[in-house]
Design a binder for this molecule. Structure first.
Ligand code: ATP
Length: 627
């Protein structure tokens, strides 16, 4: 049986031994619950395996008849009859094998299909906490190779146990029926057969392990060095030769290991074939002595049948010797998958979740405390009210908890203490789909899919018309850019939107949120510097939204701050000051300090001696239309 991937080695690694799962009744019950919907088909597989095993052994038994009744007695019709019969059962066994492997593959594919869907659905329900703490590679491994492993367990491990046991039983019964003495002698050799198998397995595994580590290293190098950012870095620092040498060195190590692994396999086959030839020779020898010396009632055909049946036993014995390892490995695989299924869904719809009839968009934070980790509070007693139609700017030093505040509104996380309400209802009591539909977030890190501009827009509203998309793009100040693309809306944005500039990406993501048409807009303004024209274009897009919609902005630009109705100053997870720009500047506290340090650039005098900022502040009051 050709084992691949998870099931290619004859014994467990130290790590696997340490992590051996407890094979409990509950675990087995859970594993078999996946097989249960296909029980009818499984019975069919079992019957096919039994029939195929029987049919595949029949030619060995018929060999005796060919020799004794056909050849020895010079009976041509008997000879032809048994040859035809032998060929027919071989064909029959193969045909049954085809049916069996079709049903088996069908079952395995459907079970992995069920598991993949279940896993994907479960992962989608996982909280932001899970996404930020779990390693992406682990999640992908669970989804791909672990679930693929399940398929192998079903198509290989389970069926191999069945077919090997059935083959062994039939072969043993047939041998003992023929001649119990010779059957016993033939079987004496079988345990010896396990020694080279295990030894060679260990050597091959050692090399396979090393080559796997080497392969991981090569993948790591490829992943790292062929990424867009690293390609750029290596070109700019002239490190291409260095990277090439690093890759070439790992690659040549890999080749050496593969050759050694292949050769270990070759020696294994030499030893194995020597051992496998001892058994038949013993049967010939003892059978011959019994025939010649003791004149026993034994024919040449009988001896040939015994030798043939013995040969058919080696493979199943070898497989069954290793099956315990495969079995444990399969159980480990299932428990790893089940561990993921058992991660509780942290943020879920309440059983009595409501969808209000009327939506206004009032948000209240009522004495909210929150921490990402236990005993490490990030927000401490945060209270504020965002009235429908108003806007709030949140400012504060980096790491003070600004993004955390907005994360709590669409329930990316749930509060530890206090509550967040939307139109007077605790967000935890609202239907999650409804709540998230009310909130549109333009986050610091703009995420665009590798598709067209249209694809990215339709993500917000699948049935948006061309006119709606155009309107949103115009409002987001990016329509000119789209029009200038030869493919227009069908221009590709590249991997994560890399074909667009930072400013274009942000404006496109503003258009996407505009298409969503939420009740509340949340802008987490990017801290990364954009050129002043880009900033201005974004500002021109954001300003009217802030003025006409309920909005919260994490603001790093003074102009955005000034567009808001109220400013909250957050420091170390607390709201330390609140009010209008002027009142806060006059207060001379944290805000005025931030104002002095962060916005000093905007205070540089222009040629006429009046700074842009002063012009803005004194030229208009918050709430006015922009100049
Ligand atoms: P910035 O202006 O730099 O974006 P911020 O004021 O928005 O900062 P937050 O992102 O809210 O700050 O982070 C507040 C604190 O919470 C920081 O100490 C940060 O390290 C921590 N933090 C943020 N996200 C997580 C997370 N997913 N898991 C654990 N800690 C986190």
């Amino acid at each position: 049986m050709a084992y691949r991937g998870h099931f290619s080695r004859g014994f467990m690694t130290e790590e696997e031994k340490a992590n051996q799962p407890k094979v409990t009744g509950a675990l087995l019950k859970r594993v078999f619950s996946y097989l249960k919907p296909y029980s009818g088909k499984l019975v069919l597989v079992l019957l096919c395996i039994a029939a195929a095993s029987f049919c595949s052994l029949l030619p060995s038994i018929l060999t005796g008849k060919i020799i004794d009744e056909g050849l020895t007695q010079r009976n041509l019709s008997a000879l032809v009859k048994y040859i035809v019969l032998s060929l027919a059962v071989t064909l029959g066994a193969n045909l049954i094998g085809v049916v069996e492997s079709y049903i088996n593959t069908w079952i395995a594919q459907h079970i992995t299909y069920d598991m993949r869907n279940q896993m994907y659905g479960h992962l989608q329900k996982m909280s932001q906490r899970f996404s930020t703490t779990s390693r992406q590679g682990d999640v992908i491994t669970r989804m791909t190779s672990d679930i693929d492993g399940v398929q192998q367990v079903i198509t290989n491990t389970f069926t191999s146990i069945l077919s090997n046991v059935i083959t062994l039983i039939i072969a043993m019964v047939a041998m003992f029926r023929k001649n119990w003495v010779l059957a016993l002698i033939g079987m004496v050799i079988v345990p010896l057969f396990t020694i080279p198998t295990r030894r060679a397995g260990r050597t091959r595994w050692k090399f396979a392990n090393e080559s796997q580590a080497c392969n991981d290293e090569i993948n790591g190098i490829l992943n790292e060095t062929l990424s867009v950012s690293c390609q750029l870095l290596s070109k700019l620092f002239g490190r291409e030769q260095y990277e090439y040498r690093r890759y070439e060195e790992a690659n040549s190590r890999m080749i050496r290991l593969n050759i050694r692994e292949g050769m270990a396999g070759r020696w294994f086959r030499v030893i194995l074939s020597t051992f496998t030839s001892i058994g038949p020779m013993l049967i010939y020898l003892v059978g011959g002595i019994l025939m010649i010396r003791y004149n026993q009632d034994l024919t040449i055909g009988d001896i040939t049948v015994l030798v043939a049946l013995l040969g058919r036993m080696y493979m199943p014995v070898n497989s069954l010797l290793n099956i315990q390892v495969d079995w444990m490995r399969a159980m480990a695989l299932f428990s790893r998958i089940f561990d993921y299924f058992d991660i509780p869904v942290e943020i879920d719809n309440a059983p009595d979740a409501v969808i209000p009839d009327r939506v206004e968009g009032n948000v209240v934070f009522d004495h909210v405390c929150f921490g990402y980790e236990k005993d490490r509070p990030v927000l401490k007693d945060v209270s504020f009210e965002l009235k429908a139609g108003h806007s709030i700017a949140i400012v504060g030093p980096s790491g003070s908890g600004k993004s955390t505040i907005i994360n709590l509104i669409p329930r990316l996380y749930d509060v530890d203490e206090g509550c967040v309400t939307f139109d007077g209802i605790d967000v935890r009591k609202l239907d999650l789909g409804f709540l998230r539909a009310q909130v549109g977030v333009v986050s610091q890190e703009t995420y665009l899919f590798n598709g067209t501009i249209r694809d990215n827009l339709l993500y917000a509203k699948a049935d948006a018309s061309e006119a709606e998309m155009e309107a949103a793009l115009k409002k987001a100040n990016i329509w000119d850019f789209v029009q200038n693309q030869p493919e227009g809306l069908d221009a590709m944005v590249g991997n994560r939107g890399l074909k667009l500039s930072g400013g274009e990406k942000q404006r496109l993501s503003i258009a996407r949120v505009l298409l969503k048409d939420p009740t509340i807009f949340i802008f987490d303004e990017a801290t990364s510097a954009l050129d002043s024209i880009s900033e201005q274009r974004i500002q021109e897009a954001i300003d009217p939204i802030i003025r006409s919609h309920t909005s919260i902005l994490i603001a790093h630009r003074l102009s955005t701050i000034l567009a808001a109705d109220e400013i909250l100053v957050v420091k170390d997870g607390r709201i330390v000051e609140r009010g209008t720009h002027q009142a806060l500047v006059n207060q001379g506290g944290v805000y005025s300090e931030l104002y002095e340090t962060q916005f000093s650039k905007a205070l540089q005098p222009k040629e006429d001696g009046v700074s842009a900022l002063e012009e803005y502040i004194w030229g208009q009051q918050p709430g006015d239309e922009p100049a």
